[in-house]
Design a protein around this ligand. Sequence first.
Ligand code: GTP
Ligand code: MG
Length: 193
Amino acid sequence: MKVTSSEIVISAVRPDQYPDTDLPEFALAGRSNVGKSSFINKMLNRKGLARTSSKPGKTQTLNFFLINESLYFVDVPGYGYARVSKSERAAWGKMIETYFTSREQLRACVLIVDLRHPPTSDDVMMYDFLKHYEIPCIVIATKADKIPKGKWQKHLKVTKETLDLDPNDDIVIFSSETGEGKDKAWAIIEKYM
Ligand code: GTP
Ligand code: MG
């Protein structure tokens, strides 16, 4: 996909704040600091459109990005960040659950994991949640630039096995530093549009 326009439309926490549209939507999910917002920026060729940080917990709301007036990416706060209170975690859970279980135009979840390490128990829980609700999943194994290319396939295998990846779900080796996997990720997203 050639991205000719992209803009942030709204930061939402409640369904009545979601954009009133029926364009296809793709929502990010993944551990805090794994690289969800960086993925969005790389896919859109926009350096600072989605706010990123070296500290976890940067994204706090559901941020809707309109692309080419024809689809949305939804940036989502990450999970697994230890330094949040019980009540904050509960609020996060409610917001995520409401969005993923009620948003009809959601075509697929883009689940971002770190290619360097096996998926965490939180990653497995998130993936199982998505499968329970029969939400198609595009797994993006990111930060590939941080390990030698010769090790990619071995790490990919561990990622697939740990998630018990559904054969219908695609998985892509990615890097927001180098752009590795970007064309493949777009081709898969277009398949779901
Ligand atoms: P939260 O909003 O806190 O949930 O985090 P996030 O998942 O949106 O992560 P974010 O995109 O803010 O990235 C976190 C850190 O990882 C930043 O310092 C990024 O520069 C870095 N990062 C993200 N993707 C990559 C990548 O592919 N390669 C490398 N080397 N660094 C990356
Ligand atoms: Mg973020």
